[in-house]
Ligand binder design. Sequence first.
Ligand code: AVJ
Length: 327
Amino acid sequence: MVTTDASQVRVDVHLTPDTLAAALAADVRAGLGAAPKELPPKWFYDDRGSELFDAITRLPEYYPTRAERAVLMARAGTIAAETRADTLVELGSGTSEKTRLLLDALTEAGSLRRFSPFDVSEATLRGAAAAISDEYGVTVHAVVGDFERHLDRLPTGGRRLVAFLGGTIGNLAPPARAAFLAELAEGLGPDDAFLLGTDLVKDRDRLEAAYDDDAGVTAAFNRNVLHVINDALAADFVPERFDHVARWDPDAAWIEMRLRSREAHRVQIDGIGMTVGFGAGEEVRTEISAKFTRPRVEQELGAVGLTVREWWTDPAGDFGVSLATPS
Ligand code: AVJ
């Protein structure tokens, strides 16, 4: 489906509220019917969840956003010079300050012609699309989609810089990550480049604090998925009956967030005609956030035919940004 707002802005919608609701229903039915129980992290982000994530990025404990911003502030000029991209494709979040660092650098380099934000939220994209089109005077081709399903809908042609920032790739389990990277690489031409942000392995205390802050914002973010299910599927979760848990798993090299039921109880999910029983202390896994090393990133990108041309970190070495091209 294509709608044109103005000559400069195009929004392709591959995810409607109906398809989203059906996908949530399927994920809830499968995830809460499984043992152990699981809910995919993509459902955190309704309006309230997006606000909570925004608040997380400003917490003293949550270093990834600041660390990645520091890298991009230092390196955006180099990224623009090396890629001379005419199109910036951004997977996930089209309004951030980080996007603007890249847009500014590509404008200064004189190569920018088109911005293509890709996100699940049509409202977010429409707002970002209009603002960026006005401010930068570039064509905006926005795509509303799920990056695990609609990567083949990205605009093609020209020299594209595809950015996947924030460490969001860490939310994919290894098989899904390999599939995502393979599909992404498959769609890249010889003149395209891939800019990837990855949070890095570090000591347990800092990692667990980043996902279990003193102010309780991450706990509220984690519980928000239950509010989302209540709203969308007429469920009667009482989110306060669940404790927030964040654990570093050094073997898997990921942080796991879970919701732990404080007591045995049942929840009714009328929208899908499901009753779910929780035991005392039973946990639902709500997110993995994988942490990387440079060799790991080089290996995973290499496995899909991408060569890492640049590897940068913030001065403390907390967060990695890599620039890769088809080999
Ligand atoms: C937005 C997926 C990068 O995994 O660090 C923040 C989400 N979860 N705190 C991350 C998140 C808990 C975040 N990403």
